[in-house]
Design a protein around this ligand. Structure first.
Ligand SMILES: CC(C)(COP(=O)(O)OP(=O)(O)OC[C@H]1O[C@@H](n2cnc3c(N)ncnc32)[C@H](O)[C@@H]1OP(=O)(O)O)[C@@H](O)C(=O)NCCC(=O)NCCS
Length: 230
């Protein structure tokens, strides 16, 4: 049995992927991880700004790359019936461009996913961030039966806030978060299932190609069912 088939059987999260045209979200194996780590090391943002609550993206290329490795190695195992953290490689034309995360806590109670993401600088500002978020939402709502999706960004993160608005999330207030020793406002965004259903046609148009999901049935069997119909 090929290694990937055995892994998919033992760890179904590894077989989950979603794709539309030239853009794919898929499991971060060690080979892709090294590319992503090096990509992050080459820079995710200007040194004057900090999009993340924990400033993991500061430091030398090697320091940043190693943090990507250790973070991803640590988070891979976080799948249980009640909570999961799925981190996907974003592949554009097959090239690793960044990471799209999808996490859930108290999943059987809340049915809520939260997203987080980054792209290497060379891949930013070309619409990939918008499309990868749409793919993540498709996976969450259509694939996993989520009831709600949330996201957030510091008020000074123009592109991330623009992506959430463009994808159709509703603003859900703002709160202060400590960022490098300063209290900075952080916007919250929410997408209800009803809203996503009303927007899915727009998302399909924006994605511009049929959406293909894989491995969702096997993964869904390892987590609890959602409260969607409660
Ligand atoms: C946030 C991120 C994932 C978005 O991906 P992206 O591919 O760059 O985003 P897109 O090209 O799809 O869309 C960017 C949007 O931001 C807008 N934008 C760009 N710079 C902007 C700025 N300074 N102020 C306001 N809007 C801005 C663009 O006009 C575009 O909006 P539009 O499509 O409505 O015109 C990516 O920029 C990134 O990785 N940034 C650094 C890490 C980060 O911020 N991660 C998120 C933490 S919450």
């Amino acid at each position: 049995m090929p290694h990937t088939d055995a892994l998919a059987r033992l760890w179904p999260a590894s077989a989950v992927s979603v794709k539309a045209g030239d853009l794919e979200l898929r499991w971060i194996d060690d080979e892709v991880l090294v590319h992503l780590a090096e990509l992050a090391g080459r820079g995710i943002h200007d040194p004057e700004v900090m999009p993340f609550e924990h400033p993991w993206s500061r430091g030398t290329a090697e320091e940043v790359a190693r943090r990507v490795l250790t973070y991803q190695w640590g988070i891979r195992s976080r799948v249980s019936p009640d909570a999961f953290a799925l981190e996907f490689a974003v592949l554009h034309d097959g090239i690793p461009a960044g990471v799209q995360g999808l996490t859930a806590n108290e999943w059987p109670v809340l049915g809520r996913v939260t997203t987080g993401s980054w792209l290497g600088r060379a891949h930013q500002g070309r619409g990939i961030g918008t499309r990868m978020r749409m793919l993540a939402l498709h996976l969450a709502f259509e694939g996993l039966g989520a009831r709600e999706a949330t996201s957030g960004a510091f008020v000074d993160n123009g592109p991330s806030n623009a992506v959430s608005r463009r994808v159709g999330y509703e603003p859900d207030g703002a709160f202060h978060v400590a960022r490098e020793g300063v209290a900075v406002l952080h916007n919250r965004f929410v997408m209800s299932r009803d809203r996503w259903e009303s927007l899915r046609g727009d998302h399909a148009t924006a994605l511009g190609a049929p959406i293909e999901m894989r491995g969702v049935g096997g993964f869904s069997a390892t987590i609890s069912s959602t409260p969607r119909d409660n």
